[in-house]
Design a protein around this ligand. Structure first.
Ligand code: ADP
Length: 445
């Protein structure tokens, strides 16, 4: 399967999972919001009906004398009370309670103990069921589809005998209309939100896949480069062996071949060691031992070691170390030697005869700084961002003669990072380069 197809499928799956999860969360939030809103509206309505009913109940009960008989005082309390079987068409809304009933769709009914309606006021629905139920709260539905919320309270006479029932209720029409609107909004809004979520998921999945796809391409490039680098010495060995394994070849030819084979296998084994070191560092399988390393010793040892190479290349190798103080870091001495050596080899290799290479050791408050400065060929700005990539060589032909496989700086950078440090490069073509390694100082220095 082509890798682009795999990435496309993975992106689809990621986007699907994300959109699905977000869809479920959105739907649950929508339902919870709707339920919470309905509940809060109902609670508020119940509270208002209860407070109206409570006030009436307390005001009326003190004046009731005989069960089922409406005293005139009730009529005074509720001037527009319409007594059953009378014509109430001309009554005017004057009392405060009636005002509430008319404006907000409230109604009140008085029933005797058998459930017969004695009188009513407010916006009493025509087809309201009359049965008195035992539970105080009821939600009733009339035949025309309107719903009503109602509370039934038992009224008692002054002698504490049951008088009958008082029912206070209110139409749920405005609330139902409001809830229908909310439902419509949710039903339209949720699919639109889902479309946005799907588009966002696709984009986010793309962003998430980017680094994976990038490192996959890097891995492919790395494998191809490694194979290429391994093939070159192997091809050289094979060609040399083939040219020697002829009946005409002499002992001298055989010795020459063996020397070539030795040189090429040395190159191969160095390459394999470098690759192994890098992959172990990638896997963090090479823990950095926390031993004290004095950088003054590392640098002066290496300057001594490369002195002969510098003389042979006609380059002045200068060490600039602090005389009065040792700069110490915690880390792996062998790896730090390797780091500085790689920078020094490059500086010598990429500096023409007559040039200078200066190694400085400095420190600031928290870091040790190792600087390798040369007056060499320099590195263009474009290449500066790539020279730490594995197998990257600025000019393959030139570097093949002088340098290695393009792993020196990658290894140096991996070592610096394993020591919680970093490497910077400043360079100008035809003028020279300065590589600066920054490593955390041992605490207390
Ligand atoms: P190599 O082993 O080929 O030298 P490196 O990883 O050490 O690989 O370096 C990568 C490339 O960076 C080299 O091929 C070289 O072109 C460039 N480079 C490194 N150091 C210097 C330097 N001091 N001056 C100029 N070019 C350099």
């Amino acid at each position: 399967m082509k890798h682009s197809h795999v990435f496309h499928l993975t992106r689809l799956r990621l986007a699907g999972l994300y959109a699905g999860t977000m869809g479920v969360i959105l739907a649950v939030c929508g339902v919870v919001f709707y339920e919470a809103m309905t509940h809060s509206h109902f609670s508020e309505l119940n509270h208002r009906i209860e407070s109206v009913a409570g006030t009436l109940h307390d005001g009326l009960e003190a004046s009731l004398q005989e069960p089922g008989r409406l005293e005139p005082v009730v009529q005074q309390f509720l001037p527009t009370l319409c007594v059953a079987q009378t014509d109430c068409a001309n009554q005017l809304p004057t009392a405060h309670y009636l005002g509430v009933f008319q404006q907000e769709g409230y109604y009140i009914r008085f029933l005797d103990l058998s459930g017969r309606v004695l009188a009513s006021a407010g916006q009493v629905p025509t087809a309201l069921p009359q049965a008195v139920k035992t539970e105080p709260w009821q939600t009733l539905e009339t035949s025309d589809g309107n719903r009503y919320r109602q509370i039934s309270l038992v009224l008692k006479t002054t002698q504490q005998q049951p008088w009958g029932y008082m029912q206070v209720g209110r139409s749920l029409q405005d609330l139902d209309e409001h809830l229908v609107w909310v439902r419509v909004l949710l039903l339209i809004g949720l699919p639109i939100a889902m479309l946005v979520v799907v588009a966002a998921s696709w984009w986010i999945a793309g962003q998430a896949m980017n680094p994976v796809s990038h490192s996959y391409r890097q891995m492919q490039q790395f494998t191809a480069d490694a194979a290429h680098e391994l093939r070159t010495p192997l091809a050289a060995i094979q060609a040399t062996l083939e040219s020697t394994l002829t009946p005409e070849s002499t002992d001298t030819d055989a010795w020459d071949t063996l020397r070539t084979v030795e040189r090429q296998t040395g190159r191969l084994s160095k390459l394999v060691q470098d690759l192994l070191l890098l992959s172990r560092m990638d896997l963090q399988a090479l823990p950095v031992p926390r031993q004290l390393c004095t950088l003054n010793h590392v640098v002066s040892d290496l300057v001594e070691e490369f002195a002969a190479l510098a003389i042979a290349a006609d380059i002045a190798l200068i060490a600039d170390l602090p005389k009065d103080r040792s700069i110490t870091v915690l880390g792996n001495e062998q790896q730090l030697y390797r780091l500085v050596a790689n920078l020094m080899i490059n500086a010598i290799q990429y500096t023409p005869a007559g040039g200078k290479v200066i190694i400085r050791l400095r420190h600031d408050d928290h870091h040790a700084l190792i600087q390798v400065q040369d007056t060499g060929i320099g590195i263009s700005l474009k290449d500066q961002s790539r020279i730490f990539d594995r197998f990257y060589r600025v000019s393959s032909d030139r570097s093949r003669q002088t340098g290695g496989a393009g792993l020196g700086l990658s290894i140096a950078q991996a070592i610096a990072q394993a020591h919680q440090g970093n490497i910077r490069v400043e360079s100008q073509l035809e003028t020279g380069s300065t590589f600066t390694v920054q490593l955390p100082l041992k605490q207390g220095d």
